[in-house]
Design a protein around this ligand. Structure first.
Ligand code: PLP
Length: 355
């Protein structure tokens, strides 16, 4: 349990004072048959379905449905145009450009650094340890009075492992800024989500996405879960209609099929074990980090040459061999059984015959 926390002390002044845009659909609640408040085209849309009306700015139906699945109430849920939108909003809410700083723990998802650069906010890098866990002493030493956010990704991209729960809690308890826990890959993990712990930690923001296990990357739907106070700040800052109507409708329908998603998650986890074991049997494969995600980080001989070879065969993996602490590694996303068999055969052929 976190004893003391002041959201007000962390927010940028301009955000504290911000009067948010009030959209037409915000000001009106109830039934209406003649909508002449938002300068829309009243005739319709040049499409088989009408999209001439602005969508619900706060996506009430979607949030209710997500409440059933995730157990986090709508007032503690923010929906964004991908979780990348939530990452950007965190910077804009809390970080004064050129004055505040954030802490990143590489190797990790690259967007935190890009978003810091876009917002002209300094970042301090505290590398993960060699077993890809948090360097708690290093993080403690890097924090100063202007540190607003710490980004932790668990399971971590690109390493695939989960960060120790106890260490995340240590940071939540001891750091007075916001801890951003990116759980993009949580569905593939045996670890419990921190969404259950939001009451205990008022400085926690959990990010999740429908782009991975849920198979909806093209629709762009990311989630941030936090205290109602933090979520109302997000809602103040976001563009009024950030989730379009087509996405809201399609996602609402897709969320009914939890069974399908669970089946795919089980298959992905089973395939992860199969591919890991098969790759581990290749003499040129030096190490595979145990993964809680839908990808594996594999250290192997001649990574760049293998990468190019796979590209020539039409198989694209991610080359992380030049990333600090991932030297010599390629990241393989777990595909269908057929795709995994193809990638395995191509890796074996490369090391055996060079083709
Ligand atoms: C850790 C992590 N967070 C967030 C994202 C982006 O998610 P979204 O598609 O919701 O923007 C990714 C995508 O690769 C990711 O790896």
């Amino acid at each position: 349990m976190k004893e003391s926390f002041s959201l007000d002390a962390l927010l940028r002044d301009n955000i504290k004072k911000l009067v948010p845009y009030s959209s037409a659909r915000d000001e009106f609640k109830g039934e209406a048959s003649v909508l002449l408040d938002a300068n829309e085209n009243a005739f319709g849309s040049p499409y088989s379905k009408n999209y001439n009306r602005y969508p619900d700015p706060l996506q009430h139906l979607l949030k209710e449905k997500l409440y059933e699945i995730k157990g986090v109430p709508p007032e503690q849920t923010f929906l964004g145009n991908g979780s990348d939108e939530a990452i950007d909003i965190l910077f804009r809410a809390f970080c004064e450009p050129m004055r505040d700083n954030v802490i990143l723990v590489p190797p990790t998802y690259g967007m935190y650094e890009v978003s810091a650069n876009i917002n002209n906010v300094a970042y301090r890098k505290v590398n993960l340890t060699t077993d890809y866990q948090l360097d708690l002493d290093g993080i403690a030493a890097a924090i100063d009075g202007r540190t607003k956010l710490i980004f932790i990704c668990s399971p971590n991209n690109p390493t695939g492992n989960s960060i120790r729960r106890q260490d995340i809690e240590t940071i939540l308890v001891n750091f007075d800024g916001i801890v951003v826990l990116d759980e993009a890959y949580i569905n593939f993990s045996k670890q419990a989500s921190f969404t259950k712990d939001l009451q205990e930690f008022p400085n926690l923001v959990v990010l999740q996405t429908l782009s991975k296990a849920w198979g909806l990357a093209a629709l762009r739907l990311g989630m941030a879960f936090a205290s109602a106070d933090i979520i109302s700040v997000f809602n103040k800052i976001k563009p009024p209609y950030n989730i379009n109507q087509a996405t809201q409708e399609i996602v609402l329908e897709a969320l009914r099929d939890v069974e399908q998603i669970n089946t795919w998650i089980r298959s992905t986890v089973a395939e992860r074990a199969v591919l890991t074991e098969a790759l581990a049997g290749i003499p040129q494969v030096q190490h595979i980090t145990p993964s809680d995600a839908n990808f594996i980080l594999v250290k192997l001989e001649q990574p760049r040459e293998l990468y190019t070879h796979l590209v020539e065969k039409g198989i694209i993996v991610r080359d992380r061999s030049k990333v600090e602490l991932c030297e010599g590694c390629l990241r393989f996303t777990i595909g269908t059984p057929e795709e995994n068999a193809m990638v395995l055969a191509a890796v074996e052929a490369f090391y055996q015959t060079g083709q």
